[in-house]
Design a protein around this ligand. Structure first.
Ligand code: NAP
Length: 315
């Protein structure tokens, strides 16, 4: 039975990935920081622990001997990375490198080939000179999150050079009803649901002009699995190729509940605007399409609609 090890299991992507691997008959082990197990992961062997505890994670990996490792654990919010830049560097940067070294040691100790996927981010491109971005776009991070992810991305390439099947999946924003509430997209869909139910009147947001390339989270999990199992390892940009603004997201969410004059329900608070916010991150995922046969399966309007519906049900 193939065996996988996932970090970040309680997060959005970790839950979808665990469900998929369990369905495929994998023996799934996961590192979990939270004391609350995710309700989406029955059948997963949970190991409580912190990714920054490199020694513990290393002995765990050597003991488990996984065929596939997915490093999804991170301080994943850019806003939080501004509040805790040193923690972000430790978790998103140094601990990822510790895990790469552990994967190599597990491979050498057990003699079983290990396939490693690092969940990287479009934020490594920061304020890019060109759009869309591909695997050759220079790294120019503009926030602590992007800088820490850039370090882990570069080290993934270094470990590939040492004989590990190591892939950096450069993920653009991806959403689902499992997106934690503090992210702007969930804030918008939860706000739209509350307005529709008459429980709120406004959604308070920062920069409405920020543009992102938004996709459906399970599609991005699919890209990571395909990259892990591809014949050879390389880095992949993963995104839809279509950029939308926060304004578009709000219009789609409020439109979904039948509100056309959405401006009436939005308040802009300058304190929510980030110190530096990439203005246009859009993916050129040609390589993932051609080599992995990957493509996004859910439209922007459908993603927003599914999230609003889930928030309406939750109310
Ligand atoms: P998420 O929902 O925030 O999940 C991140 C997970 O990391 C959480 O389960 C968290 O555990 C865990 N974690 C944080 N610090 C840890 C530590 N020190 N030790 C062990 N676990 C720790 O993130 P996501 O949306 O699923 O994203 C998955 C990965 O893709 C992340 O690396 C993220 O940076 C990257 N990514 C995501 C997007 C996106 O749009 N979603 C875009 C680009 C890249 P607790 O829940 O227990 O705190």
């Amino acid at each position: 039975m193939p065996r996988a090890f996932i970090t970040g299991i309680s997060g959005q992507d970790g839950s979808y990935l665990a469900e998929r691997l369990i369905d495929e008959g994998y023996d799934v082990h996961a590192l979990s920081l939270s004391s609350e197990p995710s309700p989406h992961c029955p059948g997963v062997v949970l190991h409580r622990g912190d990714l920054t505890d490199v020694d513990r994670v290393r002995s765990l990996l050597v003991q488990i001997g996984p065929d596939e490792i997915y490093n999804l654990a991170a301080i994943s919010s850019v806003a939080r990375s501004w509040q805790e830049p040193d923690l972000t560097a430790r978790v998103n940067g140094l601990a990822a490198v510790g895990l790469l070294e552990s994967a190599l040691q597990a491979q050498e100790t057990t003699g079983r080939a290990v396939r490693f996927v690092q969940a990287s981010s479009a934020e490594i491109f920061g304020e890019p000179a060109t759009s869309p971005q591909d695997e050759e776009t220079p790294l120019r991070p503009v926030n602590p999150y992007g800088a820490a992810k850039a370090y882990a991305h570069l080290m993934t390439g270094v470990y590939r050079g040492r004989g590990l099947h190591a892939v950096s999946a450069i993920l653009y924003n991806h959403e689902s009803p499992r997106r934690p509430a503090q992210f702007v997209t969930r804030k918008i869909t939860a706000g739209a649901a509350a307005i529709a139910r008459g429980e709120a009147d406004t959604i308070t947001l920062g920069n409405l002009d920020a543009r992102r390339d938004w996709g459906w989270a399970p599609d991005y999990v699919d890209a990571m699995v395909r990259a892990a199992r591809a014949e050879s390892a390389t880095d992949y940009v993963v995104g839809t190729g279509v950029g939308r603004s926060v304004r578009d997201f709000v219009a789609a969410a409020l439109g979904h509940v039948g509100i056309g004059d959405w401006e009436r329900h939005v308040r802009v608070d300058p304190t929510f605007v980030r110190p530096a916010d990439p203005s246009d991150l859009t993916a050129d995922a040609t390589l993932a399409r051609e080599r992995l046969g990957w493509r996004p399966t859910v439209s922007f309007e459908e993603i927003v609609g599914r999230m609003v519906e889930a928030d309406l049900t939750a109310i």
